[in-house]
Design a binder for this molecule. Structure first.
Ligand SMILES: Nc1ncnc2c1ncn2[C@@H]1O[C@H](COP(=O)(O)OP(=O)(O)OP(=O)(O)O)[C@@H](O)[C@H]1O
Ligand SMILES: CC(=O)N[C@H]1[C@@H]2OC[C@@H](O2)[C@@H](O)[C@@H]1O[C@H](C)C(=O)O
Length: 363
C-alpha cells in the first residue's frame, strides 16, 4: 500500500459528451491538494467518436473491440504526454449505467494501460460501490471536499458539474473528513448538456449550442418545461444517479418547437433540474461553484443565477480549473484508493458504508 506522503498522480477522464480525454497532474496525499500540475486535452476524431457512440448502452461482451482500441490508444497518447507521475487514475468511458440492475460499465483496460505506460494504474472506480448497494456515481464529491478545503471555505457551499449529465455536491467544509456524516451530500441533478447536444446535432448538424447562441434567440416554453419537471426523478431523495440517455425523451417534449425555442427550453430544463436539486441540500449553500463545459454557456449560467438565491460562479472564481477538475478528481481518487482510503460514502452514492473504489494494476 502507498505511504502517506503527497505524490504526483495523473488522472484521465473521458466524459459522457464523448468529446475527448482530459488529463491532469495533481500532487496529493489523497486528503489534501498539495499542488496542481500540467493538464491536457486530447479530442477524439470524428471516426473515433462514431466508434464510441455506436457502443453507448452496451454491457461487457463481444463487439466492443474497436471501441476499446479507441479508448486504449487515445489514453496512451494522452497520458504519455505527461512525465513524473507515480500513479495514474483511469476512469474509462461509461457505456452503460444501471446501478440497481445490471451494474455500471466503464470501457477500458487498466492492466493493458499499466503495461503500456510502465506506471501503476487505478481503474474500475465504480464497481465496488455498486456491489455494496451504491449508485456508483457521482465520485467527484470526495475531491470537491478537498477543493472546498483548498479554497479555505468555512461555510457550506456547492459544486455543480455541468457535463453531459449534471451533478451537484453540497459540502460542509467544517468537517475534518469527507466520509464524516454531514460533510457531503451528492447526486446527479438531471440532464445537462447531453440532450441539448443531441438536439443541436439533430436540427443543425452541430456539436453543441456554442455560447448559448441559439438559445439566446428563443423563448422558454413553460408547458414543456413543466412536463419535464413532472419527472419522478426530481422528487426522489438523493443520493441518486443517471445514465447519459435516461432523459432522452426530453427531445420529444420540444419536438413541435422551432429550433431556437427548443434550445432555450432545453437549456432551461438543465437549469431547472439544478434548482430542484438545490432544494434537496441540507442547508442553502453560500455559493454555487460551477465546473464542466456548461459553465461556458452564458444562457445556462444566467438561468441558474436568476433561479437561485446564492451567487453562481465558474470555479475559476476561486482559482480552480473547471475544464480539468474531473481529471484531477480521478488522480486524487487513485491516490485515495492506493492508500486504502474510501472514495464514496452513504451520503455521496447511497453505498451501505464508506468504501474504496478501484482496482490497481501494476506494470
Ligand atoms: N462554449 C460553450 N458553449 C456552450 N456549451 C459548451 C461550451 N463549451 C462546452 N460546452 C458544453 O459542454 C460539453 C462538455 O462538457 P464536459 O467536458 O464537462 O462534459 P463531460 O466531461 O463529457 O461530461 P460528464 O461530466 O457528464 O462526464 C459540450 O459537449 C458542450 O455541450
Ligand atoms: C456513471 C457515470 O459515468 N456517471 C458520470 C456522468 O457524468 C456526470 C455524472 O454522470 C456523474 O455521475 C459521473 O461523472 C462524474 C465525473 C462523477 O462521478 O463525479
Amino acid at each position: 500500500m502507498l505511504g502517506s506522503g503527497a505524490i504526483w498522480a495523473l488522472g484521465a477522464m473521458s466524459g459522457t459528451s464523448l468529446d475527448g480525454v482530459d488529463t491532469a497532474m495533481l500532487r496529493t496525499d489523497g486528503e489534501t491538494i498539495a499542488d496542481f500540475g500540467p493538464s491536457d486535452y486530447r479530442p477524439y476524431s470524428e471516426a473515433e467518436r462514431a466508434e464510441l457512440r455506436a457502443v453507448l448502452g452496451r454491457w461487457p461482451g463481444p463487439g466492443l473491440e474497436a471501441a476499446l482500441e479507441v479508448i486504449q490508444s487515445a489514453h496512451i497518447e494522452a497520458l504519455s504526454g505527461h512525465e513524473g507521475a507515480e500513479l495514474m487514475g483511469f476512469h474509462g468511458q461509461t457505456l452503460a449505467h444501471d446501478p440497481h440492475g445490471r451494474g455500471t460499465h466503464q470501457l477500458g483496460d487498466g492492466d493493458a494501460l499499466a503495461q503500456a505506460l510502465g506506471v501503476p494504474v487505478v481503474w474500475d472506480f465504480r464497481s465496488n460501490d455498486v456491489r455494496l448497494g451504491g449508485e456508483g456515481a457521482p465520485l467527484a464529491p470526495f475531491y470537491h471536499f478537498a477543493c472546498a478545503k483548498w479554497i479555505g471555505a468555512d461555510a457550506p457551499l456547492a459544486f455543480l458539474n455541468l457535463g453531459g449529465v449534471g451533478n451537484l455536491t453540497w459540502v460542509d467544509p467544517r468537517h475534518a473528513a469527507p466520509e464524516e456524516p454531514g460533510a457531503l451530500l451528492a447526486f446527479d441533478t438531471g440532464p445537462a448538456n447531453a440532450p441539448l447536444n443531441d438536439l443541436m446535432a439533430e436540427r443543425r448538424g452541430l456539436d453543441c449550442d456554442r455560447d448559448g447562441a441559439l438559445a439566446a434567440t428563443g423563448q422558454v416554453v413553460d408547458g414543456a418545461l413543466e412536463l419535464f419537471l413532472d419527472e419522478g426523478y426530481f422528487l426522489k431523495m438523493p443520493p441518486k444517479s443517471l445514465d447519459r440517455d435516461d432523459f432522452s425523451l426530453m427531445l420529444d417534449l420540444v419536438r413541435e418547437l422551432d429550433d431556437a425555442d427548443a434550445a432555450a427550453t432545453m437549456t432551461a430544463m438543465a437549469a431547472a433540474a439544478v434548482m430542484r436539486g438545490i432544494e434537496h441540500c441540507p442547508s442553502p449553500p453560500a455559493r454555487l461553484l460551477v465546473t464542466g463545459g456548461g459553465r461556458h454557456n452564458p444562457v445556462m449560467m444566467a438561468m441558474l443565477a436568476a433561479g437561485l438565491d446564492c451567487p453562481v460562479e465558474p470555479v475559476e472564481a476561486v482559482g480552480l480549473d473547471g475544464d480539468m477538475l474531473e481529471a484531477q478528481a480521478f488522480a486524487f481518487l487513485a491516490v485515495r484508493a492506493a492508500r486504502g482510503l474510501p472514495t464514496s460514502c452513504p451520503s455521496t452514492t447511497g453505498v451501505r458504508a464508506a468504501v474504496g473504489g478501484g482496482q490497481i494494476s501494476r506494470p
